[in-house]
Design a protein around this ligand. Structure first.
Ligand SMILES: [Zn+2]
Length: 382
């Protein structure tokens, strides 16, 4: 089959690779219909990961049709249209039983050579190197999906592929951010970053009853998108004093919940190796910690690489803030999000600003990486 593979730094290629096969009794094979680029791909694209190998198939977010079913799979049969959660999780370990699928103990083991400062592994993830389980991703014609009863979800007929594909990763990640922020009716929520995850965090906050949701970015088109599709108020940080605006719009206190969804630094702007020192971008995090009201919650989203300098620890303790992190989504919210999509409460198809055949995967990633032509997400069809 054909798949979009990492070849070298800033170089992807569509290559012929072996078809995936059922390896365990709980696997299914999915024929991919849609796959989306992901912000977490950008450090990989730049080659900033010690365990990335040429030929690794990318693609964390995908949707397709079940074509082969392992003997222990109960919930799926051939022909089902499914969206597959980005986190690979067993469903049975202590973490999975708490609903913390992104922390699954079994989906992949710690590897020798993994940076000990990064502590224990989290769950596996599709389309990531061996440090995240080494599961081939969805930028391919077919994918092997382990633990299919846990990680694949049948898509309601009312939800089309272009909308449902985002129930794999960005929609549950945004929902989880709003949940970890404990967003309550009447809250003021500020979000740094109007990319796909930032926009869906904004939408989740609105659906949870936030009185005001503010999105901070500098990309005019993304801000307009957040306003139109999520019900958020745009704040262009090039044109306004963000701290003052946030205070003004929150009764002088600052937002109740601040979410940092700025992702990883632009791939070519840093020479630091992924996992090395100073790989992350702390400016938005610092701003969020300083802006948040006393006793509020700051949530940091996305693929952070390692360490940050000059974290305002004093502000965290003196102002009684809670700091929480989300790397990958859990799986428990996916059915609820698909239902909301079916009811038209949650629309995501506008995030697919570019739809391309998989053969144009390298071009799609170049657009996505450079945010060229207003690209928010490129979506591929094999
Ligand atoms: Zn588990």
């Amino acid at each position: 089959m054909r798949a979009l593979c990492w070849v070298a730094a800033d170089e992807l290629a569509v290559r012929e690779v072996p078809d995936p096969e059922l390896r365990n009794e709980r696997d299914v094979i999915v024929r991919v219909r849609r796959s989306a680029t992901c912000g977490g791909d950008l450090p990989l694209l730049a080659g900033r990961h010690p365990l990335l190998r040429p030929g690794d198939v990318l693609g964390a977010e995908f949707l397709g049709e079940v074509v082969e079913v392992g003997p222990e799979v109960r919930r799926h049969r051939a022909g089902d249209r499914v969206v597959v959660g980005a986190s690979v999780a067993c469903g049975g370990c202590w973490y999975c039983r708490q609903g913390l699928h992104s922390c699954c103990d079994n989906a992949h083991a710690d590897l020798p050579g993994t940076d000990p400062d990064r502590a224990r592994s989290d769950a596996g993830c599709f389309g990531r190197p061996r440090a995240a389980g080494g599961f081939a991703g969805g930028h391919a014609e077919y994918v092997r999906v382990p633990y299919a009863d846990v990680s694949a979800f049948r898509v309601p007929d009312a939800v089309d592929d272009d909308r449902a594909v985002f129930a794999a990763d960005v929609a549950p990640t945004g929902w989880l951010a709003a949940e970890l922020g404990a967003v309550r009716p009447g809250d003021v929520v500020a979000i740094w970053g109007a990319g796909a995850v930032g926009q869906l965090t904004a939408r989740a906050a609105v659906l949870r009853g936030a009185a005001r949701v503010l999105v901070v970015d500098r990309h005019e088109q993304r801000l307009r998108m957040a306003e139109r599709h999520s019900g958020a108020e745009p704040l262009d940080y090039r044109r306004s004093d963000v701290a003052a605006e946030l205070r003004d719009r929150s009764g002088g206190r600052g937002p109740d919940v601040c979410v940092v969804a700025v992702g990883t630094p632009p791939a070519r702007s840093r020479t630091d190796r992924f996992g090395g020192q100073h790989a992350d971008r702390p400016d938005a995090l610092r701003e969020a910690v300083h802006a948040c009201r006393k006793g509020g919650v700051v949530v940091v989203l996305g693929t952070a690489g390692g360490f940050v300098d000059a974290f305002p620890l004093g502000a965290l303790t003196e102002r009684r803030l809670t700091l929480r992190g989300v790397g990958r989504p859990d799986l428990r919210d996916v059915p609820m999000l698909l239902d909301r999509m079916a009811r038209d409460e949650l629309r995501t198809e506008h995030l697919a600003t570019h739809r391309l055949p998989l053969a144009q995967g390298p071009e799609g990633y170049a657009l996505f990486r450079d945010r060229a032509d207003g690209c928010v997400r490129a979506v591929f069809t094999p």
